[in-house]
Design a protein around this ligand. Structure first.
Ligand code: ATP
Length: 410
């Protein structure tokens, strides 16, 4: 059985607005064994929405909509469902009273428009909304389950998990399992080479994806039930893990920073950073991991050469002799960060992110990393070309990976 996810909202068609609801719903549906065959983003137009719903119902067993359930003029989902089902909208007096009581409880009076939220196509039922005033709508039409949820992500998620997912759980005829394996320190072509023959494992589809400094293997397996799907996936995953060894740093939601944080926490060690061309991205990545105050001492962003000297104690003679983007300066930055911040490890990045500033000797993309662990300083040079964002993100990934490898070294 397949699903279709439709996100409703003209604002979602504006540049920079991401339909994260549909991404979340697609993953959740997979977890209960339902694959999506397509998804769409549509403006607040009841005729277009209704056309899409009818099209979805013709080819899928489940249709999930998000957005357009509020009380304002641009909230068109109720009318669209009424058109798609050819069923009139009916106002539910009990829901009108419920919405009014929500307002009274906050010392406010519901406007007449609020009662629009109490309308649903004849034959449909409600999906209660514990976090807001707009209830969701659940209908079974021509044997297709159609669920309309609010656009507000927290409301949509809670209502899907509490009401819609249990309703769909028994409907999937097959089981699905998925896993993302995350790899650092190896280019995509090398990862592909190492595991390519496993892509054809029966019942398991693998997709390879490269992002800045890391590679992801997305595994999706199907079986007659979830247990069978999980067992097939586990066999392929174990083979991939054996081949990729320490280059495989984590799975699913783990990030390089969260893995490094876990390793530091379990060893009761701390890290401090000194960064130039990444302008604080390394510190930001480390502090994205929850609980980072236990193992991240702090960091210094020293763009200007004199700050490398005054804040991180890099001798200016070193900068004059080798240039700010050099291995000796990266080493001195790592040592300085460790000492100045009083950490167990000092991690440093200095490089040329471009687009200007490159030379024949040091082209754009030249980045020096260093890690001081108190006993030894290791350094690494990156020299991949790329745009500014890519160079900076790859530098952060490589720096985190340098520390990760030091922490797992046997
Ligand atoms: P409702 O159905 O509750 O009326 P709506 O579609 O009218 O929701 P808006 O009021 O336009 O939603 O937006 C409420 C919030 O939900 C906004 O922050 C908006 O960015 C967010 N939102 C709406 N749809 C999505 C989506 N598909 N993905 C991510 N965020 C969304």
């Amino acid at each position: 059985m397949k699903a279709v996810v439709i996100a409703i909202g003209s604002e979602l068609l504006h540049p920079g607005r991401r339909d994260t609801n549909a991404e979340w719903l697609t993953l959740r549906l997979l977890d209960i064994g339902i694959e999506s065959c397509w998804r769409a983003v549509v403006a607040d137009d009841e005729h277009r929405i209704a056309l899409l719903v009818r099209d979805a119902m013709a080819g899928a067993g489940v249709v999930i909509l998000t957005g357009g359930l509020g009380p304002t003029d641009d909230d068109r989902t109720r009318t669209a469902l009424s058109l798609a089902f050819e069923a009139p909208l009916e106002r539910d007096p009990a829901m009108v009273r419920h919405i009014e009581s929500l307002f009274t409880a906050r010392g406010r009076v519901a406007t007449p428009r609020q009662s629009l939220q109490a309308e649903r196509p004849r034959g449909a039922s409600w999906i209660p909304n514990a976090l807001g005033s707009a209830p969701g709508i659940l209908a079974v039409h021509d044997r297709v389950v159609v669920a309309a949820l609010p656009g507000v992500p927290a409301e949509m998620r809670a209502m899907f998990d509490e009401i819609v997912a249990p309703r769909l759980a028994g409907m999937a005829r097959s089981g699905i399992a998925r896993r993302t394996l995350r790899i650092a320190g190896r280019p995509e072509s090398s990862v592909d080479e190492a595991v390519r023959d496993l892509y054809d494992a029966p019942g398991v589809t693998t997709t390879i994806l490269a992002s800045a400094g890391t590679v992801e293997l997305l595994l999706l397996s199907t079986g007659s039930d979830v247990r069978e799907a999980r067992a097939k996936l586990a066999t392929v995953e174990a083979a991939m893990r054996a081949r990729l060894g320490d280059d495989l740093f984590g799975a699913d939601d783990e990030t390089l920073a969260s893995v490094v944080g876990g390793l530091l926490a379990s060893r009761s060690r701390t890290v401090a950073t000194a960064e130039s061309c990444t302008g604080g991205l390394l510190g930001a990545a480390l502090t994205e991991a929850p609980g980072s105050s236990a193992w991240f001492r702090g960091g210094v962003v020293c763009y200007a050469n004199d700050l490398k000297t005054s804040l991180v104690t890099v001798p200016d003679t070193l900068i004059r002799a080798h240039g700010a983007v050099s291995e000796p300066v990266a080493r001195a930055l790592a040592t300085g960060a460790r000492r100045v911040c009083g950490a167990d490890f000092g991690l440093a990045i200095t490089g040329i992110a471009g687009p200007s500033g490159g030379t024949v000797d040091k082209p754009v993309g030249t980045v020096h990393l260093a890690l001081d662990d108190g006993a030894e300083v290791r350094a690494r040079k990156l020299d991949w070309p790329g745009d500014r964002e890519l160079i900076r993100r790859r530098a952060v990934a490589a720096a985190l990976d340098l520390l990760r490898r030091r922490l797992i070294a046997r």
